[in-house]
Design a protein around this ligand. Structure first.
Ligand SMILES: [Fe+2]
Length: 350
């Protein structure tokens, strides 16, 4: 029996190796084809009008996006990236990690890939835990084991592999875990689709769902509601904003317009107080602030935020996790004429 199991394990590891190799091969072919096309078309590009070039680029981007999001190829590439970072012992993008205590739970950021953040939410009273956007399943599993907590819930802000990429593995490893995703977003392994205003609990920690469609059609944000002070029953303490809200910016408009993003942030999330801590899906603060400096030169708020973020990143500390009182940074999203790129933010007065 043992010999049979050993044989099966060998076959599985051989198969995994082959799948990895095939994935790398396909990735390399795509890269080579795009590079060759780019070089071959460069002289032609000088002759054709820029709108034709832009149109061609947009078409190529849309095809690439569809392949990445809606076919198994994207997931394969994602897992390949996760595995190669692990094998290469790549340093995490953020090293100085500290847990943040909300009134009923602790939140631990987990740096993943080049700039993603997953999170662990641990309910202090019951030691039940939820993971948010667990794109690296093995890393999340190690963190859960180290903390000796019981995983009950996977909270997925949206379907992109760099957020939902670990759902299937974790679901297999922890049978009975509830996999939460926005209605209609087709999140991997989803067992509970949620809509605006829905609530769920992790032990004694309450989480409210806010729909924020734009980056994806079913993108949701998770708001942890804690105990309020005297006379207040509860208060929104933490916002797990996925790819909707960043510090100094907002997510790309893959499935919506600036009007949708404006509604998501300025209307759907308007009830969340500025005192709530923001836990973003990516470490984009420095880049967003640089863009804001270009957009609003001389704005002292932008300059202060920018230099704060640069200092934090120089120490490899997070500038996009548990950021307090800065929700307004990207809240006043312009709903007027679109600007040139997918980051039409306006820094409001704090
Ligand atoms: Fe995304």
């Amino acid at each position: 029996m043992e010999a049979f199991e050993g044989c099966c394990a060998k076959v599985m590891s051989l198969l995994t190796g082959w799948i990895g190799l095939i994935g790398r091969f396909i990735f390399a072919i795509f890269g080579a084809v795009f590079l060759a096309l780019g070089i071959a078309l460069y002289p032609v590009g000088c002759l054709i009008p820029s709108w034709v070039g832009n149109f061609a680029f947009q078409c190529a981007f849309k095809i690439g996006y569809q392949l990445y999001v809606f076919t198994p190829l994207g997931r394969m590439i994602h897992m390949q990236m996760i595995n190669s970072r692990r094998k290469g012992h790549s340093q995490p993008h953020t090293i100085n990690i500290t847990a943040t205590s909300l009134s009923t739970c602790d939140v631990i950021p987990v740096p993943i890939l080049a700039d993603n953040y997953g999170y662990m939410i641990i309910d202090r009273a019951t030691k039940q835990a939820a993971v948010v956007d667990p794109a690296d399943p093995r890393l999340m599993e190690q963190m859960l084991e180290r903390r000796k907590v019981q995983l009950t819930t996977i909270l997925t802000t949206h379907r992109h592999h760099d957020h939902a990429g670990g759902n299937l593995e974790l679901k297999k490893k922890f049978p009975g875990v509830v996999v939460v995703g926005g209605k209609g977003d087709n999140v991997a392994g989803v067992t509970k689709e949620v809509s605006d205003g829905d609530r769920l609990s992790i032990g004694e920690t309450l989480v409210q769902i806010v729909e924020t469609p734009c980056h994806t059609t079913g993108h949701v944000v998770f708001v942890v509601c804690g105990r309020g002070g005297a006379g207040v029953s509860e208060v929104a303490e933490g916002v797990f904003s996925g790819d909707t809200l960043f510090i100094g910016g907002v997510g790309a408009f893959f499935h919506g317009s600036e009007i949708d993003m404006h509604k998501s942030i300025n209307q759907n999330l308007s009830w969340v107080p500025d005192s709530a801590l923001v836990f973003c899906g990516h470490e984009y603060t420095v880049e967003n602030c640089r863009f804001a400096e270009w957009l609003e030169p001389g704005n002292p708020l932008v300059l202060a935020r920018s230099s704060w973020a640069v200092k934090r990143r120089a120490m490899k500390s997070g500038a996009s996790v548990a950021v307090n009182g800065r929700k307004r940074d990207a809240r006043e999203v312009r709903a007027g004429p679109p600007v040139d790129r997918a980051c039409p933010l306006h820094l409001g007065q704090s």
